[in-house]
Design a protein around this ligand. Structure first.
Ligand code: PLP
Length: 439
């Protein structure tokens, strides 16, 4: 950047590994170029989500898909900006720079799934390292941590991370990583990221606080601004929004952590493919409009369910026990919550029975039988996960249609000979609604 804050006109290409990424977009590869404003001005998030700058030779409005495994080099010694797509690809780079910008990160990296992101992150752990994490985690996260504790001699402490003092009690100099999810999945409990980050860095300044931000997305929460060192997301969910790709995103506060992550991605080959990078880039542009519609629908449905005697856990409802804490960290409640009885799941027509969340279509599921089935029944019981809890993930459909469909499903339950009645058994009907999805 020159003294007037303007970008240098003749940007020098970086080394192929992009050891130093300049997210303001001043020293970029020639194409497809930065996705950040060149004068360094930051716009509102809604603008940043859709705004990208490019120097594609044909001025393509949409970043081209560089569907190639290799790049021809200018000499026998290499010399090209890119050489092999496992190591780097312009479409992927464009997406990574765009994400770094919207996630307020020094560097972002994209990989083949949310679990691949966690795999990359946990590869920095060494045998004997301690990890502190929650007792209400996404099933796949739990499975990977269990694998690491069984096979990699990593000591994993599962505690109630919604109780900051419970976390503080297990922190020590041996703590290498604190892994948080908020809201928790599936019980929609809120974790105090700033308090836990401070306590972690006090116990061990080199420990990393990693936050799974999948449930909220960068539209609603920036964990890096709340004290975390690293944030990851399943791009399969809100970021892409259409359930047409798998992706994982890692965003870091410091370049040196990003370089370690990049090393693992290049070494193992889990970087996101060019076409999926392009699809994810397209999804991100509509994140705001999708999330806002989903939150608005989720709020109305949560209120409808609560008024019909269901216990709904949703951070958009003042009845959520951690309403204030959630809104001190996040810009919205998101769209997920919970209830009981499989009959509701099977009676709903518009609500597709599906694992996952964050899609434009509304989804309904039973986490203990589906997304969290990899957590064994005994552990689920120890962690007080109701076996028949239902998760609702609200889409962008017409809210009246969604409510009508749920009302019909609830009536079907009321007509059952066992006499289940939503109105009369409010303690029985527990719907934990957390973000735009109802879990
Ligand atoms: N984190 C959370 C909170 C999730 O719900 C999921 C998947 O459902 C993941 C991580 C893993 O993401 P992926 O399915 O893209 O591997």
């Amino acid at each position: 950047m020159d003294s007037n804050g303007q970008a240098e006109k003749s940007a020098k290409p970086l080394g192929k590994a992009f050891s130093k990424i300049d997210i303001d977009g001043h020293n970029l590869p020639p194409s497809p170029a930065p996705s950040s404003p060149r004068d360094g001005k930051r716009y509102a998030l809604a603008t940043e989500l859709v705004y990208t700058e490019g120097t594609d030779q044909y001025n393509a409005s949409s970043t081209p898909i560089y569907q190639t495994a290799t790049f021809k080099q200018t000499s026998g010694g290499g010399g090209g900006e890119y050489d092999y797509t496992r190591s780097g690809n312009p479409t992927r780079t464009h997406l990574e720079r765009h994400l770094a910008k919207i996630m307020c990160a020094e560097r972002a990296l994209v990989v083949s799934s949310g679990m691949a992101a966690l795999d990359v992150i946990t590869r920095i752990l060494r045998p004997g390292d301690e990890v502190v994490t929650g007792d209400d985690l996404y099933g796949g996260t739990n499975r990977l941590l269990k694998y690491l504790s069984t096979n990699g001699n990593i000591i994993v402490h599962h505690v109630d991370t919604t109780d900051s003092s419970a976390v503080q009690n297990v922190l020590s100099q041996r703590t290498a990583m604190v892994l948080l999810e908020t809201p928790t999945n599936p019980l929609i409990k809120i974790v105090d990221i700033p308090t836990i980050s401070k306590a972690t860095h006090h116990a061990n300044p080199s420990a990393l606080v990693a936050v799974d931000n999948t449930m909220l997305s960068p539209l609603l929460q920036n964990p890096l601004d709340l004290g975390a060192d690293l944030v990851y997301e399943s791009g399969t969910k809100y970021l892409s929004g259409h359930h047409d790709l798998m992706a994982g995103v890692i965003a870091v506060k410091e370049q040196k952590i990003g370089e370690k992550m990049y090393f693992s991605i290049n070494a193992s080959g889990c970087g996101l493919a060019p076409f999926d990078s392009w699809l994810l880039m397209r999804g991100i542009k509509t994140l705001k409009v999708r999330m806002e519609q989903q939150q608005s629908n989720a709020q109305q449905i949560a209120e409808f369910l609560e008024s019909h005697g269901f216990r709904v856990r949703y951070p958009g409802l003042v009845s959520h026990p951690q309403y204030d804490l959630h809104h001190s960290m996040a810009r919205g409640p998101a769209q997920c919550y919970h209830s009981k009885r499989a009959i509701i799941v099977e009676s709903a027509k518009l609500w597709a029975i599906s694992v996952s969340f964050g899609c434009v279509n509304s989804l309904i599921s039973m986490p203990c039988r589906m997304s969290h089935a990899s957590i064994d029944a005994k552990t689920r019981q120890e962690r007080a996960m109701p076996e028949d809890i239902i998760r609702l993930c609200v889409g962008i459909e017409d809210v009246d249609d969604l409510v009508e469909d749920l009302s019909r499903a609830v009536s079907a339950v009321n007509l059952r000979p066992d006499g289940f009645s939503a109105a009369n058994h409010s303690q029985e009907n527990k719907l934990d609604t957390q973000s735009n999805d109802i879990f």
